[in-house]
Design a protein around this ligand. Structure first.
Ligand SMILES: Cc1ncc(C[n+]2csc(CCOP(=O)(O)OP(=O)(O)O)c2C)c(N)n1
Ligand SMILES: [Mg+2]
Length: 421
């Protein structure tokens, strides 16, 4: 499916990606000057994934970013000064200087859930936000990002299973940037495409070139629309590359030089600049105007950040526990009555269409044969009979035999009654 972008939207995508890149470079300079207080995790090379995915969302939707999603935060309305002050631990930052990295959010205005450092944990959290939104009638979509490494955590799998069974409107973006610290994907995951993780939960997935911002946007928009239509979660694997070490302390000497060269030739911003030129969406002047505008914005932001003081020491003991510092109220977008008994009551009985037995295929084949003999539509479908034959190894598919076979441990022959205890 294709979602056409206007010229303004194309240029806006460029603006956010370039801002993401130049802010990243500015933060690195500040880190070298000892002005960044905590760790600094570069977004270099992943701008198209962060920006293109977040750009497919609406204002009402929710995100939970991870360390390499500053692009998503910018799309969601954070300003460079917010990010600079946060990393520089200044009093006017979103956390008032208490956190020196990326642990901040905005539940009321921008709908941003603060990152949790434990990898994978945002999957169940954003599933919960998605379900809450549905309950309140908000018709929202939630999005979070996980790295290749995070797909190996328990929380990722529990969360995705929960999202799938609940049909939660969650778009889960797997940023496969090829490395988790110094571990390449092939050393920690026995599959090539991380999108295949979705198969275990029966949800659709897409694989996208994470360095092509338009492709990322298109794939995500389709997923977002699907979620909003109530069709359940989608996993998107964006293939990209972490172009620096894990953080500033890491020179990434373990990454083969040729690998960096391969990905450098696919730099998302250079590629998009070429795309804009080839499609006559801008000219050299528009490009230099953008760079000048961003440079000014970043210089102004730095001035604001430098002027902001460090937090006063006594702030450390304030706001540790909530003492009425904020209120969280549900925003109902449908009648509360609908969500309460008697309207919300359901019969405590489930319709079960599949009894789940090992011999189901042969039972169904028999049933359809009986239906055929009784003058039905002759529904001895080739598929059900073939399935029955395959599972029994015989042509008549007797359920009794199947019961025994089901208890035989994998890779061993039948052992008689004792062996099956
Ligand atoms: C559950 C958990 N285990 C380990 C860590 C330590 N840790 C922080 S980042 C990281 C690597 C993450 O790799 P990946 O998920 O691929 O994300 P990337 O850094 O490449 O964006 C690890 C192991 C953690 N934060 N949480
Ligand atoms: Mg990674």
């Amino acid at each position: 499916m294709s979602y056409p972008l206007t010229r303004d939207q194309h240029l806006e995508l460029y603006y956010y990606m370039k801002l993401n890149r130049m802010l990243d470079e500015q933060l690195v300079r500040l880190f070298r000057q000892n002005k960044v207080v905590g760790g600094l995790y570069s977004n270099l090379g992943q701008e198209a994934t962060s920006v293109g995915t977040a750009y497919a969302l609406e204002k009402r939707d929710w995100i939970a970013p991870m360390i390499r999603n500053v692009g998503g935060l910018l799309v969601k309305g954070y300003k460079p000064a917010d990010i600079l002050m946060q990393y520089m631990a200044r009093y006017d930052s979103p956390t008032k200087g208490k956190d020196g990295t990326s642990h901040f959010g905005d539940l009321k205005g921008r709908h941003v859930v603060s990152p949790i450092s434990m990898l994978g944990d945002l999957v169940p959290v954003m599933t919960g936000v998605a379900i809450a939104g549905r309950y309140l009638g908000q018709n929202i979509v939630t999005m979070t990002w996980v790295g290749d490494g995070a797909t190996s955590t328990g929380a990722f799998h529990e969360g995705l299973n929960f999202a799938a069974t609940q049909h939660a409107p969650l778009v889960l973006v797997v940023e496969n940037n090829q490395w988790a610290y110094s571990t390449p994907v092939a050393k920690q995951v026995p599959i090539h495409d991380l999108a295949d993780r979705a198969k275990a939960y029966g949800i659709p997935s897409a694989i996208v070139d994470g360095n092509d911002v338009v492709a990322v946007y298109q794939a995500t928009k389709e997923a977002v629309d699907r979620c909003r239509a109530g069709k359940g979660p989608v996993l998107i694997e964006a293939k990209t590359m972490r172009m620096k070490g894990h953080a500033q302390h890491d020179p990434a000497e373990y990454v083969p030089k040729k690998m960096f060269e391969y990905w450098e030739a696919r730099d998302p911003i250079v590629r998009y600049e070429k795309y804009l030129t080839e499609n006559n969406l801008w000219d050299e002047k528009t490009k230099s105007d953008f760079v000048a505008r961003i440079e000014k914005e970043l210089n102004d932001a730095l001035e604001v950040a430098e002027k902001s003081p460090f937090p006063p020491p006594e702030l450390a003991e304030q706001g540790v526990y909530c003492d009425g510092c904020h209120t969280i109220e549900a925003e109902w977008k449908r009648s509360k009555k609908e969500a309460m008994p008697p309207q919300s009551s359901v019969k405590p009985e489930w319709e079960v269409t599949d009894f789940g037995g090992f011999d189901l295929a042969s039972t169904m084949a028999k049933q359809s044969a009986a239906a055929g003999a009784n003058g039905g539509n002759g529904a001895k479908s080739a598929r059900t009979v073939a399935a029955a034959q395959k599972s029994t190894g015989k042509s008549n598919g007797r359920p009794e035999k199947l019961k025994v076979a089901a208890r035989v441990p994998f890779g061993r022959g039948p052992k008689g009654k004792e062996g099956r205890k």
